[in-house]
Ligand binder design. Sequence first.
Ligand code: AHG
Ligand code: MN
Ligand code: MN
Length: 344
Amino acid sequence: MPKMRFMTIERHIIEGEKKHPGATGELSRLLSDLVLAFKVISLEVNKAGLVDILGFAGSENVHGEQVKKLDVYAHEMMFKAMDHGGHLCIMASEEEEDIIHIPSNYEIGKYVLLFDPLDGSSNIDANVSIGTIFSIYKRVSEDGHPGTQEDCLQQGLNQVVAGYVVYGSSTILVYTTGDGVHGFTLDPSIGEFILSHEDIRIPKKGKIYSINEGNYKYWHPGLKKYIKHLQEEDAESQRPYSSRYTGSMVADVHRTLLYGGIFMYPADSRSPKGKLRLMYECNPMAMIMEAAGGRASDGTKRIVEIEPTNLHERTPIFIGSEYDVKQVEEFMANEESLSWIDKL
Ligand code: AHG
Ligand code: MN
Ligand code: MN
């Protein structure tokens, strides 16, 4: 007999909310709406090779990057699934420059949703895993009115739920409300996400590092030394580490969460703030990683402590096993970091 309980994500969310006295069930209903969007996106991702959805949509997103059709589709699905539930007061998406208001004919709720509808979009044509990343906050502006930019620009510490979906060899949804990290695999035959990874804990130390090494020339000198250190031989500390990098943050962080190790997208002399977006990518992943016993830092401080000033701001990120993230922080602190940063 299988050891695990047969637990759908909807039931898991409801049971989780029941543990909090005074909970209204509103967050459960919001998450159920989101789950529907993920099922629809997953279906579309799986048939992407069969229909005319591959390739560039011909436009650029707000970061000046080419947008693929599936990004646009995923963004629209998220909006359509979430605009009329009555739980949100505002949304923001990596694919849209401004905050996204709830249409005036729908009820306005007390939650805020930020999302990267399709992460790893450069991998779509190659069938490499891609994903969706999201985070939910409580509004800080007055109830009953449309949400504001201030509702979206909150510290990661204020997230009430964070999660992601990987559309890979199977579709898996991982989420946390701060109290444990749980993974659910989509059973396509019944259309349900079933609990498959209960209470995920990241190993305290790993033996895999994940970074775009093509940018080596532009890195901080301490980071260069750190990567060289990982490549040296030392049986006791399980070096040399293995290197894995897909180009989809969601897939690289998911692997890091399960196997341990470290994923990095650092600042470099060409991109002084790194590449990844604080609000749509780094904060939700940081909340998940910390809830699983790991660490997420911008090199000097916790990602979730960053005070955001811009919806689309970027941050360097070092995320994964506690030991590994602390070690890269030390390497960078010991290596004339200030003068390097000042030169940028
Ligand atoms: P997105 O597809 O949402 O724009 O994100 C792509 C990101 C992230 O998923 C990945 O880790 C990173 O870009 C890869 O960047 P490089 O190609 O510079 O390594
Ligand atoms: Mn992304
Ligand atoms: Mn994206």
